[in-house]
Ligand binder design. Structure first.
Ligand SMILES: [Zn+2]
Length: 145
């Protein structure tokens, strides 16, 4: 989560909502790290998780990220939760809970739907306060402008 927090802080400096994501291989190797880039890319799908999953697949040379762990500072949305299932990651680890739009246990639980044949393990609340405080500081600063 340390690397994801750094990527989230860097995203914040670029004026992006501070979310960072890291994909770690089963041997512990970091395959990809990305920060949210929605504003800079003008791409509604440029969430940190999507960018990190794509980059990790590119490193491995295949779309299947079996054995990998997706680490992200904020609970994934429906799109990113869906992408993690499609990428067949083994595990999703996240920090802050997103009660307004989270799709890994809060508003929805896309990844542990029993109708799916691939269901990643979920570890939530890792360094939750640090992850959440980056977000609250970002939005508080935006309200002051
Ligand atoms: Zn997302």
């Amino acid at each position: 989560m340390g690397l994801a927090l750094i990527d989230a802080a860097e995203a914040s400096q670029r004026g992006e909502v501070p979310v960072g994501a890291v994909v770690v291989a089963s041997d512990g190797r970091v395959l990809a790290r990305r920060g949210n880039a929605r504003e800079s890319s003008g791409d509604p799908t440029a969430h940190a998780e999507i960018l990190a999953l794509r980059a990790a697949a590119s490193v491995l040379g295949e779309w299947r990220l079996s054995g990998c762990t997706l680490v992200v500072t904020l609970e994934p949305c429906t799109m990113c939760a869906g992408a993690a299932v499609l990428a067949r990651v083994d595990r999703i680890v996240y920090g802050a809970v997103d009660e307004k739009g989270g799709a890994v246990g809060s508003l929805w639980d896309v990844v542990r739907d029993r109708r799916l044949n691939h269901r990643p393990e979920v570890v939530m609340g890792v360094r939750e306060e640090e992850c959440a405080s980056l977000l609250s500081a970002f939005f508080a600063a935006r309200r002051e402008h």
